[in-house]
Design a binder for this molecule. Sequence first.
Ligand code: SF4
Length: 489
Amino acid sequence: MTAVDLGMPGLPTAPRGVGHLRGDEPFPDAARTALRNGQQRANLGHATTTIRNKRARVVAELPDWAQLREAGRALKAATMARLDDHLEELERQVTAHGGTVHWARDANEANEIVTRLVQATGATEVVKVKSMATQEIGLNEALEAAGLDVFETDLAELIVQLGEDKPSHILVPAIHKNRAEIREIFARTIPGVDPGLTDDPRQLAMAARAHLRERFLRARVAVSGANFGVAETGTLCVVESEGNGRMCLTLPDTLITVMGIEKVVPTWRDLEVFLQLLPRSSTGERMNPYTSTWAGVTPGDGPQEFHLVLLDNGRTAVLADEVGREALHCIRCSACLNVCPVYERTGGHAYGSVYPGPIGAILSPQLTGVEDNASLPYASSLCGACYDVCPVAIDIPKILVHLRGEHVEAQTRLTPEAAAFRALSAAMSRPWLWHLTQRASRLGRLLARGKPTLPRVLPPPASGWTRSRDLPTPPTSTFVESWTREHGR
Ligand code: SF4
């Protein structure tokens, strides 16, 4: 990919996304397994409740939060409308400041570019700042397959890596682990760790710190993601809470940043909005502990070689969908995960993709194509809590319904659900048939005689519907009958 080729209607699009965007089994099956893990449910319930309450407190402090949120939404919408111009400006500015820009159509191209760049330095290992984009493309696996050692330096990401696990949350990848489980992982995997290590948070943090310090000091190459890329100045921006990112971004000789193309913002001033929205929505903090910005290369200060890999991997296809493209506005704060009743119970692994929760349910199916992730748009109760907390006002429920519609339209045979809705549509468009249907449904009460509800499971072909729902007993009267009784007409 050597030029910006955006998938607007009528224009060719780049390939759909590949990498860690889909799981081995559909969401309902993976969720059923996750729900059986009582310890994980307890860990998730505790962690999401804590972050959720913290966010609510700090958001309530700002009297102009609604205006700030609207500014974030408007900035993102305007940026997407001219994404090609902003990306080309970013490329010009990064190059002018001594950096090199690479364009990657998909995960495979991005992995090849990064591997080649690391090998060209002669280094045999890299340190990494936590990055969703590199998880999406499976960069660690690609580098390891090329014989390179990769060290995650974010504490939670390190726990996941040492435990040979997968991240379960965008911001807190080890949210499903408690202190005792983390102690066990450290005791088992960190070379030379104190055998008397306890599950005291300070002790655990110090053990990780000692382990990582050594890696920071000898690293010659670092790989990062980017929260924002400023087109007008060529500045990249990474926000983090532990200082590990600052070490990776300043100590090594070579820095390689992999950034999704949707992370560009037009001007430096735009950061003013997003750097207020992001910390309050993500960690519930008033400002971010470490905000690192850099543009290209500065002689004698920090990495002397800088490469920016601009990643498509399905994003231009998302941009081509006028409803679904709002998913590209996401600033990865994870607020929608922390309020989602589905995520809170299943955790992130059930979604199969590196993007879990409500944002994953709309982003992953669009990156891969809906049919390759067809169960995710249904992983929601459509309660709307995700939309209420989203700092850039992404209407997640609307996109979920839109994607469900796409999935239904893509079916070539008549499913039981489609047949049921066709029958319902026929009945509802003829008043006499609708009244008859309502009366007939009351036969169900006869079946339920002497029982509080009907049998909970319907026989095939309707059994799929009652697999995750209770079948309600029909009411004694219809709405029209109740209204007439109450109001006399
Ligand atoms: S969709 Fe909104 S709430 Fe969810 S992670 Fe993205 S920005 Fe945050």
